[in-house]
Design a protein around this ligand. Structure first.
Ligand code: FAD
Length: 315
């Protein structure tokens, strides 16, 4: 059994949790989803729909590092899983290493692939800025932090699974830090991992102001703006948008690549997209090798046309 921690936001499961159910089933006969918090009925249903064999819920007031560690540690002691999978979210990266330390076990971070070899589970993690892929085998029950977008969610299917509500009382002295107030984050966050549509711009966009076209198309399609490293280094767009080996790994339903050559370091971050549309003025650009639809042309001509046609179709 692998315990898969499913983080929620407003009662819904974050994608990385659902993706980890797929990962867990590659290495174990049973993926048990763990959902902590209150008002998570929708997330419980999602966990079952996306393949969890069982769901454990634990009522809790909001996220707290020490409380969540205590809860997860109690579950590990009770259920003796082969591993605990945690998504590479801010909360996941916050509590997983502490949980590993409390369990006296290893913590594998930034896992992008898993497999079983000679009866042992092998976790693959990029290192040296993605230039090397490290295969790791950990004795005991490791805590495994999985990178978002590295695994595909299972095909959804209506399923009834056992849901066990565990009552775990966290002793007051465990929580040495208390959240006094949650203030809205002021730094830019871009939710690329959860996006169903991503419109990305590369160096071929030519200038910062041309990213307005990328943004307009993304907004029209209810999507999010992504970018390659080149325009980020030119200061045209912030690093929060970077997709690729040293950026975010994404797997949207639709990925539109605008003025992007298709370098491996970028492609490795978006190859999991269901449908790829590429616009590039060079018909030999490598991005066309992986695109479902390729448009040879100048982005500054093609994007306004696409935007205009979508607006017309919707009018
Ligand atoms: C260790 C390491 C990690 C890296 N990590 C990442 C990463 O995470 N993400 C990432 O993206 N990159 C990463 N890179 C950089 C990567 O190697 C490429 O340099 C980068 O992806 C190229 O970005 P690009 O496609 O926008 O630019 P280019 O490769 O310069 O391609 C621009 C494309 O735009 C086309 N074009 C130009 N003008 C137009 C126009 N008007 N209309 C249409 N098409 C046009 C050109 O034909 C060309 O194909 C990394 C590199 C290293 C060494």
């Amino acid at each position: 059994m692998v315990l898969v921690y499913i983080e929620t936001a407003e009662g819904k499961a974050k994608n990385v949790g659902l993706e980890m159910i797929t990962a867990a089933k590659l290495v174990s006969d049973k993926a048990v989803a763990v959902i902590i918090g209150n008002g998570n009925e929708e997330a419980v249903k999602q966990a079952a729909t996306f393949g969890a064999d069982e769901v454990i819920t634990v009522a809790s007031e909001g996220y707290n590092t020490e409380a969540y560690c205590y809860i997860m540690k109690s579950l590990v002691e009770k259920y003796s899983p082969e591993a605990v999978f945690v998504g590479s979210t801010l909360d996941g990266k916050d509590f997983a290493p502490r949980l590993a330390a409390q369990l006296g076990t290893g913590c594998v971070t930034d896992v992008v692939a898993v497999k079983v070899e000679d009866g042992k589970v092998v976790y693959t993690c990029p290192s040296y800025n993605g230039n090397l892929l490290n295969d790791m085998v950990v004795e005991g029950t490791p805590v495994v932090i999985v990178r978002s977008g590295s695994f595909k969610k299972a095909d959804p299917a209506e399923r009834e699974v056992a849901v066990t509500a565990e009552a775990i009382e966290v002793p007051a002295d465990v929580m040495r830090a208390k959240i006094a107030e949650a203030v809205k984050e002021i730094s830019e966050t871009v939710n690329l991992e959860e996006a169903e549509v991503i419109v990305s711009g590369g160096r071929g966009m030519g200038a910062a102001e041309n990213f307005a076209l990328v943004k307009e198309l993304a907004d029209l399609l209810g999507g999010v703006v992504g970018a390659t490293r080149a325009p980020i280094e030119s200061g045209w767009i912030s690093r929060a948008h970077q997709i690729g080996q040293s950026g975010k790994i994404v797997a949207p339903k639709l990925y539109i690549a605008c003025g992007i050559s298709g370098a491996t370091q970028h492609v490795s971050g978006m190859i999991g997209s269901d449908y790829i549309v590429a616009i590039n003025k060079d018909e030999d650009a490598p991005i066309f090798d992986i695109a479902n639809v390729g448009i040879v042309g100048n982005v500054l001509d093609v994007l306004p046309l696409m935007i205009e046609e979508i607006k017309k179709a919707r009018a």
